[in-house]
Design a protein around this ligand. Structure first.
Ligand code: 2NL
Length: 359
């Protein structure tokens, strides 16, 4: 029995002394592992007489259970200590304020598109959209611009490639949103009251031109629609858009798709380098318009002896620049965040960066 007492003392001391889980595991293997001291003693039971075996066996089993319990207790104590250590070092102050995260904001061109769409919606205009890659028929022929017409050159058109050996005329990137109105007239017929906002493309690139810009065109066809209705609609629109009464001035002009045609100026003052829309006696050109040409109506399947109406077109980027006092195209066309921010459009709303808003 002293032999077992020695073993007990030896292993319980070893368990108590184990500094970490690896050391504890070594103790377990040495005592209870397949070739451990206790396990080897178990094998000796076979050589004993039945009486010896029952007393020695019971004592050995009790010892094995005691060492096993000590190992488990020590292991649990180690896990507790480890958790305590983590709880002391890993903690979270849930009362700290959150970290600000940049929030995206709408682009000025998108914002102005939404603004003008809402204003025209109040006047009963629906929105029509269409493809940006168009056939030359929709972009030109249907608009009374035949193949040899100089306007085709003036539009600085981007042409799409045809497959080798395909001699049909190439498709184009639409140079205006007029083809959307042709499609709408062909699909819905008259009467009609729509605006067509969207991207348009012209091969032009300098300080004041971008090869892609945004246009909104309007179209109203009815039995007795006149230039007077056009003037009212435009003054109503500009006044709502700029938030104050804005006078318009019509000047005779020429477009292939309207007859008569008018360029439209809005009232403005230009004092000390400050542009003010809706004030003073200056004028700024913002829009082209006219009565839809009978050739255009006929191309779109509308009988010009029965129907008539007006159309107009203006640049959305330009309107955004006028409304928000953005004098520089870089703000839009390069989507240069510094310029957008400078003019009050904080594309990424980071508080510490959003300081410089122009008056
Ligand atoms: C401009 C000129 C204009 C139109 C666009 C139009 C559309 C159809 C029929 C007739 Cl379907 N006209 N659109 C008419 C006059 C002028 O835009 O200088 N825009 C910036």
């Amino acid at each position: 029995m002293t032999a077992l007492d020695d073993l007990k003392g030896k292993y319980l001391t070893a368990v108590a002394a184990a500094a970490d889980e690896a050391a504890l595991e070594e103790v377990r293997l040495a005592a209870l592992g397949k070739k451990g001291e206790i396990s080897l003693k178990m094998r000796e039971l076979g050589k004993m007489s039945p009486e010896e075996r029952s007393t020695f066996g019971a004592a050995l089993n009790a010892l094995k259970d005691e060492i096993d319990a000590a190992l488990r207790a020590k292991k649990a104590a180690m896990a507790d200590a480890a958790l305590d250590a983590r709880l002391r070092t890993e903690w979270l102050d849930v009362t700290l304020p959150g970290r600000p995260r940049p929030a995206g904001t709408i682009h000025p061109v998108s914002q102005v598109t939404e603004e003008l769409t809402a204003i025209f919606a109040d006047m009963g205009f629906a929105v029509a959209e269409g493809p940006q890659v168009e056939s030359d028929w929709y972009n030109f022929d249907a608009l009374n611009i035949p193949p040899e017409h100089p306007a085709r050159q003036e539009h600085d058109t981007f042409f799409m490639n045809r497959a080798e050996g395909d001699d049909r005329p190439p498709h184009v990137l639409r140079t205006h949103t007029s083809p959307v109105q042709i499609r709408a007239m062909m699909e819905q017929g008259a009467p009609i009251r729509i605006i067509c906002p969207g991207r348009v493309y012209r091969m032009d690139m300098d300080q004041t031109h971008s090869p892609m810009f945004h246009q909104v065109e309007g179209l109203v066809i009815g039995k007795d629609i006149s230039m007077a209705n056009l003037k009212w609609v435009l003054e109503e629109f500009f006044s709502a858009f700029f938030g104050k009464p804005v006078k318009t001035r019509f000047r005779a002009s020429h477009f292939p798709f309207t007859e008569p045609s008018a360029e439209v100026d809005i009232q403005c003052s230009w004092i000390d380098g400050q542009l003010r829309i809706g004030e003073g006696d200056g004028w700024m050109e913002v829009l082209g318009s006219g009565m839809v040409h009978s050739h255009v109506l006929r191309s779109a399947g509308v009988d010009p002896d029965e129907w008539q109406g007006f159309a107009f077109g203006m640049g959305i980027d330009r309107m955004a620049m006028l409304k928000y006092g953005i004098p520089d195209l870089r703000a839009f066309f390069e989507s240069d965040l510094r310029w957008l921010r400078h003019y009050g459009f904080s594309a990424l709303n980071v508080p510490e960066l959003a300081g410089g808003v122009a008056g």
